[in-house]
Ligand binder design. Structure first.
Ligand code: DX5
Ligand code: ZN
Length: 215
């Protein structure tokens, strides 16, 4: 059974408290919070003050996905805002290993995200240092995009690499996850399903989360 991590990027920002209550009552385990800087990705979303408020509205895991350059400058601020998991992009980190150590030393779980063009092999030398790989199945920056089919192959490669090395790492798939493609994503070896539009555009979001959970 996969962990379901609804992405609040697709939620109704005018009714954020209601959206948080809905997720609290649902079977979702994680809140996926997408932070964009308009530099690393061609879009801006929300940041620290909004995450502080969301933190007060839930006891569930706050999974913060940083799509920003030089994330090391803000690691402490995101810890203070209430992040449980802090994920940085491999493409945005010159000193990835140092960034991971910084995240862990502050008591958070560390995630590394890879873009669709980044091979799984680039994770080899940090696999034992991290808790989550966030594999992008769309180009980051926007919700509601179409799942890139080649991701399935990458999930299988990463699953094999994790199992062979005995690493304790979750595979999180982010972008274009639907009820239709989720079964093959899970079958390929994913542990965590991020879902933005699939959850928040559903007529019954809690029911949709339950369906994703039951796969
Ligand atoms: C994309 C974000 C995703 C996005 C997923 O840049 O990292 O988390 O919100 O949204 P959907 O599920 O709608 O593709
Ligand atoms: Zn994300």
């Amino acid at each position: 059974m996969a962990i379901v991590a609804p992405s609040l990027l697709a939620s109704d920002f005018l009714n954020l408290e209601r959206e948080c209550t809905m997720l609290n009552e649902s079977e979702a385990e994680w809140f996926h919070l997408d932070v964009m800087d308009g530099q690393f990705v061609p879009n801006i979303s929300f940041g620290i003050p909004v995450i502080e408020k969301i933190r007060k509205a839930t006891n569930k895991v706050c999974d913060v996905h940083l799509m920003i350059l030089t994330p090391e400058h803000l690691t402490e601020a995101f810890k203070k805002a209430g992040a449980d998991i802090l994920t940085v992009h491999i493409e945005a980190c010159t000193h990835l290993h140092r960034n991971i150590q910084q995240i862990k030393s502050l008591g958070m779980k560390a995630g590394v995200a890879i873009n669709p063009h980044t091979p799984v092999s680039t994770l080899a030398d940090v696999l034992h240092d991290i808790d989550v790989v966030c594999m992008m199945s769309v180009n980051p920056g926007f919700g509601g995009q179409k799942f890139i089919p080649h991701t399935l192959e990458k999930i299988k490669q990463l699953r094999k690499m994790i199992d062979e090395r005995g690493a304790n790492v979750l595979i999180e798939i982010d972008g274009g996850v639907t009820l239709e493609n989720a079964p093959e994503i899970v079958a390929a070896g994913a542990d965590v399903l991020v879902a933005g539009n699939t959850v928040f555009s559903a007529s019954d979001p809690k029911g949709m989360i339950a369906k994703l959970k039951s796969l």
